[in-house]
Design a protein around this ligand. Structure first.
Ligand code: DAH
Length: 332
């Protein structure tokens, strides 16, 4: 009897160790510990043993059952962990999209364009300045020759910030306010460009974003005239786009310049790209910036950076540039 129990125990432990899956383990357990298993049979036979053998056999039987149960529990834990590991491995998301070696990022298209623009203007003798993205009504409009309720304010679909009296604080809809801040802090001669983020109440589509970027230019010196403006635009066009490109100015209207113009770039294939606005700084704007229009004159210009990046890289839809899709971004 004790021998039978010992056998059953050894066989059972071997079978448990050999179980490769939870199903196999469950089957082995049922065989060993079930009603018709060897241990159950031995247990049933205890009663027919002489009393003096019954105690030892009973103890051996209990020990065997405990050992088999413990081995089964242990094996189950191992199998559960294995299943879990396999599941994790199969469900693992490859967030690197097949790039095994760490790749170095690069500046965003708009940042690249801004830096190239800055480099080009620095090459033409300009300095760089920046201003705040949240502006007061005065800097965004008033100082730019647009007193309150001036109809030209509607040229900018402005986003207002809930701060101070209603309408007094805006997300700047253009970079032109930085002209005033520069005039206030920099004694002329002034040759600066001012890149930055601007905001308009616009629905995003292929050519518009509610958040975009502009670069503003301001020159204030003695005896600056319209030909200086035209020559600067032309010099910039050639320096930035290449010698095969030229520029033209078309009459236009902006409240902060007089006269005002729109400037276009002519591509080598003869097609035109509308780039931005420009003009001679309005005397009221010089005065708002603390400068005497009798002594100083100047010109200003402003254009969109995102569209330049779009043009340069042949991007069909502006929204692509801000959707952060790595497959798009890594092309540049
Ligand atoms: N601020 C104008 C805009 O956002 C662009 C512009 C036009 C800037 C003429 C200028 C300028 O400096 O002289 O539409």
């Amino acid at each position: 009897m004790i021998d039978d129990v010992a056998h059953a125990r050894t066989d059972g432990l071997t079978a448990i160790a050999a179980a490769r899956t939870m199903d196999e383990l469950r089957a082995v357990e049922a065989d060993l510990l079930g009603k018709r298993g060897p241990l159950a049979r031995a247990k049933a036979g205890l009663g027919s043993l002489p009393a003096e053998q019954r105690r030892d056999a009973g103890r051996a039987l209990n020990e065997a059952m405990a050992a088999v149960q413990a081995a089964a529990d242990e094996r189950r834990a191992v199998l559960v962990a294995e299943v879990r590991r396999a599941q994790l491995a199969s469900e693992r998301l490859d967030l690197t999209e097949a790039h095994r070696k760490p790749s170095r990022g690069h500046a965003h298209l708009v940042t690249q364009a801004t830096e190239r623009l800055e480099d080009t203007f620095i090459g033409l003798g300009f300095q760089i300045a920046e201003g705040p993205e949240v502006e007061t009504d005065w800097y965004a409009f008033g100082a730019l020759n647009m007193p309150s309720s001036h109809p030209a304010r509607s040229m900018w679909d402005t986003l207002f910030v809930d701060h101070g009296p209603p309408g007094s604080t805006v997300l700047r809809p253009h970079t032109s306010p930085v002209q005033i801040r520069v005039m206030e802090t920099t004694p002329p001669p002034i040759y600066v460009v001012m890149p930055g983020r601007v905001f308009r109440r616009d629905t995003a589509d292929a050519t518009h974003m509610p958040v975009f970027h502009q670069i503003e230019g301001l020159v204030v010196d003695r005896g600056i005239t319209f030909p200086d403006l035209a020559g600067t635009i032309e010099a910039f066009t050639k320096a930035f786009f290449g010698a095969e490109f030229t520029s033209r100015l078309r009459p236009s209207y902006f409240p902060f310049t007089e006269p005002s113009a729109e400037f276009d770039i002519r591509r080598p294939d003869g097609t035109w790209l509308e780039l931005g606005g420009c003009g001679m700084v309005h005397p009221n704007v010089l005065t708002a910036g603390g400068l005497d229009p009798e002594e100083w004159s100047g010109f200003a210009f402003g254009f969109g950076i995102d569209r330049m990046a779009k043009e340069r890289h042949g991007v069909a839809d502006l929204r692509e540039m801000f959707s952060n899709d790595i497959r798009f971004i890594e092309q540049f």
